[in-house]
Design a protein. Sequence first.
Length: 434
Amino acid sequence: MKNTFKTIIAALFVMAGIISTQTAQATDGYFGVGYGAQNIGVAGAGVAWYKNSLISGNPAARVLLGDKYQVGVGFFNPNRDYTVTGNPSGMEGTFGLAPGKVESDSKLFLMPSMGANWMINDKSSFSATLFGNGGMNTDYPTMTFGDQSSETTGVDLAQMFLGMTYSRKISKNHSFGVTALLAYSYFEAKGLATFGQMSSAPSKLTNNGHDSALGYGFRLGYLGKITKGLSIGASYQTMLYMSKFKDYAGLFAEQGDFNIPSTWTVGLAYEINEDWAVMADFKRINYTDVASVSNEMRTPMDPKFSPLGTDNGTGFGWQDINVLKFGVEYAGIKGWTLRGGYSHCDQPVSSSEVMFNILAPGIIEDHITVGCSKELGDSGKALHLAVVYAMPASVKGYNPMDFDAAQAMLGNMVPNQTIELKMNQIEVEVAFTF
């Protein structure tokens, strides 16, 4: 076991290098709808389900999984576009956008994951997992904001986590777990030089290539069986404290700070019989933990305006969101487990924040998922598949930096352009456990 442990840990760090070159568009804002094929198949539900995925999830459930290894890969196809309606006013001091519809390139991404769980004894286990959170990615083939120094406009944010979990049974029907999380992020922005007059550090605003950050945090979990077939689960993940993106200290609030927000989840699972199980979760994502994500967009005409990169500088204006997840599993076919799920989250982007969110349209609200697992003989090996359809979503609002010229002459600051963001997504996850 000692040699196996060393081999797996070494492989995890090799995989870290692979994952750090990948990017995906996540769907609960910029968190994935689920992690690991089994969990994705039930739309990320199952914080109270002891048979859930080894990848991420409730740390308290690991002690119930036995010795297990898992590798997987996700294929993401996010489709994002924005549409500007109305011609720019051309009035001095305004910032109009070219009208028309623009679609983001870069529509297929890979996201590998892997993990291992080792039983220390019959009451405790240790596990190590590596998985990506995806992030935010756009690559518009145009000078969206008129930056003549870049032919394209967009951002590239990816996040990767290494989790090390200790899980323990505290009685026959109750267990707890704690996960130490190490995080790695990278970020790049292109095509934003025209915002230089709004930045506290124009040279650290855009077109500086990829910058990286490291951070840490932890997750706690509890899982308990209340009555026959009925269990309850809960988990809490702290905010992950990241080092700053120094090359983008003139873009992100608090001089380049981009921590990862805290989350908490509670849920129930009911094993109706040996074939059927249903589960429901409530999840809270606290985007307002992070100023660079939640600060509202303010223009120089706003009395409360603060330059980009300062503590109160413009962010993406995202709100805290609630997420409801429902899942079902059926194991009545020998050697097979079938899954389905539905997830709904609040809209993090309000209509007043559409302009800056052209860069990061994480606007999906509804997901429908299906999945299955096929046992491969009696050796404990299994193949897993999950498919997610993120239903089309849109948010529409005004360009806050352009106004109708005729009305402005009369002293009425009437918005001149509308911006509509649209997105849908298909995701396929394949995994193998042994």
